[in-house]
Write a protein that binds this ligand. Sequence first.
Ligand SMILES: *Cc1c(COP(=O)(O)O)cnc(C)c1O
Length: 374
Amino acid sequence: MIPLLTRESTARTRLHAPTLQTLPAAVAENLRRVQEAVSVPIMAVVKADGYGHGAATVAQAAVDAGAEWLGVTEVAEAVALRDAGLTVPILSWLNPSGVDAAAAAAHRIDIAVGSPGELRELIADADEPVRVHLHLDTGMARGGCPLEEWPELFRLARAGRGRVEVVGVMGHLPRADEGDPVANTAAVLRMRQGRDAVLRAGLGPVIVHLAATAGALTDPATHFGMVRIGAGLVGIDPSERTALTGAARWTAPVVHSAFAPASTAVGYGGTHHTEVDTHLCVVGVGYADGIPRELRPGAGVEIGGTRHPIVGRVSMDQIVVDTGSAAFPRGTVATVFGPEGGAVPSVQEWARWADSIPHTVVTGIGPRVQRSVA
Ligand SMILES: *Cc1c(COP(=O)(O)O)cnc(C)c1O
């Protein structure tokens, strides 16, 4: 075996750390693409740390580009956005550890309420008025108040006036990613029914919102008074109808590089054997960093302007890449994914290789991958 690096190359250099670089210009560009499709205000959804891209970074880029609202899962995320200087209305809708009513009131964080029980708790906890969006089940059976309980929800909302102020009504589309308006018809009808019932109950005026990225991009009937855009901001259209721009670049260093003769067994279990004499690079990211362990054939990374295949098992901290006749020295920067296309894989390609969706790729990147902003 011929060592690629000779003893002379002993200069001490720090390698490029594995880094996810968020691209705010791409977020702004994606927001513009959504603005072309809708004529209502946009809520920028930055849950799960802005789909892994940095909640405050994505939020600021989206607001600078015209988003008028922000959306998150829980109040603590919303407070962090307030601390980062964001002043637009923020809605939080899941609050898995319960609602901190005092924080919500103090920071003007809107709370989505999906059942009479949740509303009762909030009314009991609120010393100062909390802004509320009534979350109605529009056909998903995953949160949201079922039709049978609407009258009780509305009754409580009226009775709780002074402690809660109803400012919105929301639903969620279960099948918008199909990109076919027919798949949304039942939910749109249910949303209209909900809006009318809320107004009849004397709880208006309210802002009505149903659609997320896919609905916003494919079905105007779902737009109502606002759309909630999360995936779209970071370049993911769940309906795959609109080409958006990837909003991050994930790079990692080659940490080891060597010639490998034909028939070399690679990685745990020796599941791959080199077919011909070749060069192998070890790149310093693995499944602990969010590289999916189960990958279909074809998965690769960009090194030196060319796509090279990942071979053998994905390890916890590293992957092996077959670079053929090309030898890349330790320290060469590999691109795991980025917006460029061509040799640089996209998040969508990673999702296909992992038999998953792009969302899991971007939200699965581990904490030791450094974050930066372009
Ligand atoms: C995540 C989420 C969104 C954003 O959905 P995308 O498809 O990522 O745009 C909107 N609304 C609710 C309730 C959500 O949970």
